[in-house]
Design a protein around this ligand. Structure first.
Ligand SMILES: [Fe+2]
Length: 357
């Protein structure tokens, strides 16, 4: 209603050509609209809205989206769900989708979204500048926004870190009955095994994964936190987890008798994965989605995007938050994360053959 009244008044004012009065009225009306929060018709003062489907949890994205809106005036509407559900939804909705961007974890998931043709090129000079090559899709369909490391955790009470060396060495007999792992159904482990297939070949990787299975203290667990808690409780001595889960446990109990170990430092390095974003194939506002990805790749947003989840920024100009820096520097596996998606199906079959459930 306010808009209609304002437009009517403005037209009248324009007739008498009182330009300065018109300008003042325009400003008063738009102020009114901004504070009223009502929906209004398709005029130039309508706030722009970008819609995001996110598999990243709400508490990790909302503060960033709010800041983006405060800076740009572009509102962010979002729906959170599992990556599988969101990608399936994009496929069902096709050109009827409200989603302009897909935000998810794991290169395997982004690779899958691109494979089923649900993404379009980002085409941004800013993203190319802020995000290193190996953290972007070669067809430009997605870009990483944070890095997570999947590394070894161990009991500081029962393990001397000198006993640890590589992911592969966890298949040695000396770890019999001492290992805890998360289920192979989780894409994080599929990507880890994909990285091993890439580095070592299928045969050797299958031997190693079989060795891990033999060394399990208990059946594979449904999440990384359970692995850390099992090590803390003495159920097992070592495991493999994403570092931010350790960060959460460490924040709750700074004296936790569990620590991170960076494996494969003499070789290919620690397995890393990403969370990242792409513009959906049928985005109604691809330009706004691009602006959001650009904004998230800049230094300022990178600090929080990674920091809120104790991850590593993708922008090389940004340092991780202090509690993450305290875990020390490590050599990262330089594999292009896209390759992890390409080898995912092979990894799943291999884990199945090796009896990893
Ligand atoms: Fe996670």
């Amino acid at each position: 209603m306010k808009s209609i009244v304002c437009l009517g008044l403005m037209r009248k004012v324009m007739v008498v050509s009182a330009a300065f009065v018109f300008a003042a009225l325009l400003s008063a009306c738009s102020d009114q609209e901004e504070t009223s929060g009502t929906n209004h018709g398709p005029d130039s003062s309508e706030p722009e809205v970008v819609t995001v489907y996110s598999a990243r949890a709400e508490h990790l994205i909302k503060p960033l989206f709010d800041e983006f809106t405060a800076e740009t005036g572009i509102r962010v509407q979002y729906t959170t769900d599992t990556e599988a559900a969101l990608i399936a939804r994009l496929q069902t909705e096709q050109d009827r989708t409200p989603a302009d961007a897909l935000l998810t974890v794991d290169a395997g998931n982004l690779w899958h979204a691109a494979e089923v043709d649900m993404l379009q090129p980002i085409n941004s000079e800013i993203v190319r500048e802020n995000v290193p090559d190996y953290l972007r899709a070669s067809d430009d369909s997605w870009a990483a926004l944070s890095i997570r490391a999947r590394t070894i955790v161990y009991s500081t009470a029962r393990v001397d870190p000198a006993e640890l060396s590589t992911y592969e060495a966890l298949a040695d007999e000396k770890w019999f009955g001492r290992l805890c792992l998360r289920t192979s159904a989780k894409v994080y482990n599929q990507s880890l095994v994909a990285s091993m297939i890439d580095a070592l070949g299928e045969e050797r990787t299958e031997d190693i994964v079989s060795g891990w299975v033999k060394n399990l203290a208990v059946d594979p667990m449904s999440n990384d936190v359970m692995v850390i808690q099992a090590i803390e409780a003495g159920v097992c001595d070592a495991g493999i987890v994403n570092t931010y889960y350790f960060g959460r446990q460490e924040a709750e109990n700074p004296e936790i008798p569990v620590a991170l170990f960076w494996p494969n430092q003499e070789g290919r390095g620690v397995h890393i994965n990403i969370s990242g974003m792409g513009i959906t194939r049928y985005a109604k506002h691809p330009e706004l989605a691009r602006q959001l990805i650009d904004w998230l790749s800049y230094e300022k947003a990178q600090k929080d995007f990674a920091g809120l989840n104790k991850e590593y920024p993708v922008n090389p100009k940004v340092d991780p938050v202090p509690e993450v820096q305290a875990w020390g520097n490590f050599k990262r596996d330089p594999i292009n994360v896209e390759q992890l998606g390409a080898l995912q199906a092979d990894a799943i079959r291999l884990m199945d053959r090796a009896g990893y459930r």
